[in-house]
Design a protein around this ligand. Structure first.
Ligand code: RIB
Length: 291
């Protein structure tokens, strides 16, 4: 089985601030750092650091050398990555004194996917291969249709959730990695308690992993429900915590390990990520989980 992630790569500009800038306010930041990020790249790095060989498919701009290098130095297969004209995607991230963040995205090259490029990539993948997607690139709906026709197992982290996700035929998704807001949108639930029952009713064959931030996570597959608490640490920056959890969770599923063990390991990896600054750079290697 091959693992393919078609997703974003961003340059993250992280500003340390006292509080999030408010409407009409001009605020001085105390520090600016730049890191590699993007939900797609972060999740590929998490998969790779968890021990999975992953093909990352994505587009970087003329300024994207650091993103390409991040893939190479993390052992990600870059066969299908392309550099195109214009700017790479970037994110302006404010991290406040309570370690909370807010993120402004500029899609740049992440939204320059063409159907021809997708066709060319997917012809090398077949039934049983796993495809991971997020919502920071264009043509996610087309990718889902084609991948489903080919029999790939489709994993969706519909983040950041927006109206574009309504174009996706969610019945074609095998594994959802969702937070409460995303799950409520997909399930059509008004009450958080209805989310999991409704997901099961609408998508009875799908596995759902509901991530609840500092309240942990819940796994649901058919009638089985398993809960995992978050691991408490001193939080420095929550950026990429969800991406870390996603990569480690999928790695465990690919290795066919017991779900309790996978959830615990993913929670540990996410806890390490929040205790460090930055996105991709904060994602732990598997051998750091036991130290
Ligand atoms: O999930 C964290 C990521 O979201 C950041 O790295 C940023 O680039 C945005 O895509």
């Amino acid at each position: 089985m091959k693992v393919l992630n078609i997703g974003s790569l961003n340059i993250d500009y992280v500003y340390t601030v006292d509080h999030m800038v408010r409407e009409g306010e001009t605020l001085a930041s105390s520090q600016l750092e730049s890191f590699c990020g993007g939900k797609g790249l972060n999740q590929s790095i998490a998969l790779s650091r968890a021990g999975v060989k992953v093909y990352h498919v994505g587009l970087v701009g003329e300024d994207g050398e650091m993103l390409l290098e991040a893939c190479r130095s993390n052992g990600i297969d870059t066969t299908y990555l392309k550099q195109v004209e214009g700017k790479s995607g970037h994110a302006i991230i404010q991290v406040d004194k309570d370690a909370q963040n807010s993120i402004l995205l500029y899609a740049g090259s992440n939204r320059k996917f063409t159907k021809e490029y997708i066709d060319e990539v997917l012809k090398d993948f077949q039934k049983g291969d796993m495809l991971l997607l997020q919502n920071e690139i264009n043509l996610v709906d087309y990718i889902v249709e084609l991948a489903y026709q080919k029999g790939l197992t489709i994993v969706l982290n519909p983040s950041p959730y927006n109206e574009y996700m309504e174009q996706i035929d969610m019945s074609k998704i095998s594994i959802f990695l969702v937070n409460e807001v995303e799950a409520a949108q997909i399930a059509g639930a008004d009450n958080p308690n209805d989310v999991l029952p409704l997901m099961k009713e609408k998508y009875p064959d799908a596995m759902v992993i509901l991530t609840l931030g500092d309240k942990g996570s819940i796994y649901q597959y058919k009638d089985e429900i398993i809960k995992q608490d978050a691991i408490k640490v001193k939080v420095v920056d929550t950026t990429a915590a969800g991406d870390t959890f996603t990569g480690y969770f999928l790695a465990g599923i690919i290795e066919n390990r017991p779900v309790e063990e996978i959830l615990k390991e993913s929670a540990k990896a996410a806890a390490i990520a929040v205790s460090r600054k930055g996105a991709a750079v904060s994602i732990p290697y598997k051998n750091e989980l036991n130290s």
